[in-house]
Design a protein. Sequence first.
Length: 154
Amino acid sequence: MRPYFGTIKFRPQAADNAEAMVSARPLLVRDVMTAAPTVLHVTHSLGAAQHLFDEEGVQALPVIRGRKVVGSISARDVADLLAREPDGLDRRLAFAMGQAARVVRDDAPVAEAARLLADEGIHFLPVVDADGNLLGLVTSTELLRVLARLLDSN
């Protein structure tokens, strides 16, 4: 078994902002996103991705080059590729990843992220700044938690 060298994590400003949920300003993606997401780099291998999916218990992750999101890959993608090519653990993610991931800006309204998730049938969106640098992730689960908190407060 090959050693696993870890993942890249960013540590932008914390984003669990309860004040924004009760303020008069619109709720923004940065208020509900998960900062410092686990990501894969385009040069990581399928084996590293498989290990990370097993360790983290997640179903999909963004793939980055530098701090820019260049795609995404799911546990299913990796499993399907390895079923077809059992010796492919050393193949780079650039070979296997899906099309460019949809992203949402950190200053976008939460409603925009919710529409994108629903319309695209996806479960997470990488959150980027104005320069396209990855800041975090927003997931359908997080948006359901926001909805529950908002409904509970009314």
